[in-house]
Design a binder for this molecule. Structure first.
Ligand SMILES: [Zn+2]
Length: 146
């Protein structure tokens, strides 16, 4: 391959404005942001799968660990009373755990879609933003307890 030759046209898309097409352009003709090729999107998809699995797995372990601690503490009447008094807080904590796990699993879905198709799904990415927004909201809600 002659390095002076322009790259052959291939499928590319812009992550910013969603311009997509078969082109050799490395910058988006609409907004000037770098274009991403299918192989680039596939690699990002694989990274999404790895990070998503890690996030969901890690959070599940923490949730289980906290559940075990709570179960142990419930055996003691003194601390059981304390835990019952904090049930709203604990519920919020578990809602946050669940959201993080769902976010991780959704990241795996996005990654799988991208690894298979070499394209990004607009709907899946909207869902990701909605989940992220929910996470921030739940995090802020939780902080009210602390
Ligand atoms: Zn663009």
């Amino acid at each position: 391959m002659d390095p002076n030759m322009p790259a052959p046209p291939e499928y590319r898309e812009c992550f910013k404005c969603w311009y997509q097409g078969v082109t050799a352009a490395e910058k988006c003709p609409r907004c000037g942001r770098p274009m991403h090729t299918s192989s680039n999107i596939r690699n990002r998809g694989i990274l999404n799968i790895v990070v998503g699995l890690f996030l969901a797995g890690f959070m599940s372990v923490i949730a289980l660990w906290v559940a075990m601690m709570l179960t142990n503490a419930m055996k003691n009447p003194e601390s059981a009373k304390k835990i019952n008094g904090e049930s709203g807080f604990l519920l919020a904590v578990y809602a946050l755990f669940a959201l993080v796990i769902v976010f991780g699993l959704h990241s795996v879905v996005i990654g799988a879609f991208q690894a298979i198709t070499g394209r990004r799904s607009r709907v899946l990415i909207w869902i990701m933003w909605a989940l992220l927004f929910g996470l921030l909201f739940a995090g802020g809600f939780l902080r009210a307890f602390l």
